[in-house]
Design a protein around this ligand. Structure first.
Ligand code: ATP
Length: 359
């Protein structure tokens, strides 16, 4: 659906995309990155609305630098910003957008009714959009992206500003765009956890560079870990710390759940499973230390944990961007790149209610 080759976009003061090479296949793909990672810039280049500084990109086999018009005929776009005129109804607006896409009047009206019904706005379709809630406005923006029956839609932060229930509804709708209509989707988000159940494939960018591109299943399978909980003893008053030290010196990667502070989570260790012998190593270490083993169980990570480290989910002086943990589903923080972005993902995950619960 989309292929970029060394795609670079330099603004006078910032490199928004830095030699990005990625292939996106049919299905639902999440494009994830902290605010300022370059997601919107990439979408504008893919639509042929901005010219890249270097590199090339093709959408549905069409060259973005020469065939922008043909791309926009076949691709729907839901922008991030509020772009709806307040004084017209959803029906008037979506019919207008359908006409702009080249549909004849009757087809435009029929498609508008179908699309608004699909996004759950049928009852309110004749009301002026100025009185709509954020969730309703997001649905209109989605409807206008779908109305001309595109092969692919590019959705820029469609869950922005929505409460948790609204976000879930929007993510379900997005999934159905593909399952019900066979339209491929590229959806951006700065919240990693959102995309886990919605997307077949996830592309992560940071500072305009590709951090990772793989199927959602690969993300979570790669990250399989053992959750281990032990008792303290008189000889080992902090059994968890003792076990952590023993496993680390045995060469294992040991972390504590991201949602530290959750009840009981401080006593759980997550041990990366790198090979078949890890459970035996853990068992032996527990026995050697004379600890009681409360539980040892295999679990999969959430996608977001792949990018979280043990750093606290608050800003540090080196990122220069204030508290990354302040990211939420509705607020936008300033751009952050590199390790700071990873902390932001971790912070975002905590906001999303990612529990780190291993039970
Ligand atoms: N027209 C522009 N002129 C100068 N700099 C820009 C312009 N557009 C974007 N940038 C910068 O390029 C970087 C990437 O911005 P972009 O909007 O693509 O990020 P994003 O991942 O979509 O984040 P957000 O979700 O916050 O929009 C940012 O540092 C941004 O400030």
């Amino acid at each position: 659906m989309i292929a970029t080759q060394s795609l670079t976009m330099r603004y006078p003061r910032v490199t928004a995309l830095d030699r990005l090479t990625v292939d996106i296949t049919p299905g639902v793909t999440g494009l994830v990155g902290a605010n300022g990672a370059g997601k919107s810039t990439l979408i504008k280049i893919l639509l042929g609305l901005s010219a890249a500084t270097e590199g090339s990109a093709r959408v549905l086999g069409l060259d973005v630098s020469r065939e922008g018009g043909a791309i926009r005929e076949r691709v729907g776009y839901m922008p991030e910003h509020d772009c709806l005129p307040p004084d017209v109804s959803a029906t008037e607006f979506v019919v207008h957008m359908a006409r702009m896409s080249g549909l004849p009047p009757t087809a435009a009206r029929e498609r508008t009714a179908d699309t608004l019904r699909h996004v759950g706005l049928y009852e309110e379709r004749y009301r002026s959009m100025g009185g709509y809630s954020t969730g309703m406005k997001q649905r209109v923006k989605l409807a206008q992206a779908l109305v001309h029956d595109p092969q692919l839609v590019l959705l820029d932060e469609p869950t922005n500003g929505l409460d948790p229930v609204g976000r879930d509804d929007m993510l379900d709708l997005i999934r159905r765009v593909h399952t019900d209509f066979g339209i491929s989707v590229l959806v951006t988000s700065h919240l990693l956890g959102e995309l886990e159940r919605t997307c077949d494939h996830v592309v992560v960018i940071d500072g305009g560079q590709l951090l990772r591109s793989s199927s959602t299943a690969d993300f979570t399978q790669d990250a399989a870990s053992l959750a281990v909980e032990v008792t303290d003893t008189d000889a080992q008053p902090d059994g968890t710390a003792a076990l952590r030290a023993a496993l680390t010196s045995a060469g294992l990667t040991v972390r504590t759940p991201a949602a530290e502070g959750a009840p009981g989570s401080g006593h759980v260790l997550l041990v990366d499973v790198e090979g078949d012998t890890v459970p035996d190593t853990v068992r032996d270490a527990v026995v050697d230390l004379g600890l009681g083993l409360i539980r040892m169980e295999q679990r999969r990570h959430h996608i977001s944990e792949v990018f979280s480290d043990d750093a606290p989910a608050t800003g540090s002086p080196d990122d220069g961007h204030g508290p990354a943990g302040g990211t939420s589903g509705t607020d936008k923080t300033t751009a952050s790149h590199g390790p700071a972005a990873q902390r932001q993902f971790a912070g975002a995950r905590a906001q999303e209610g990612g529990s780190g619960d291993v039970a």
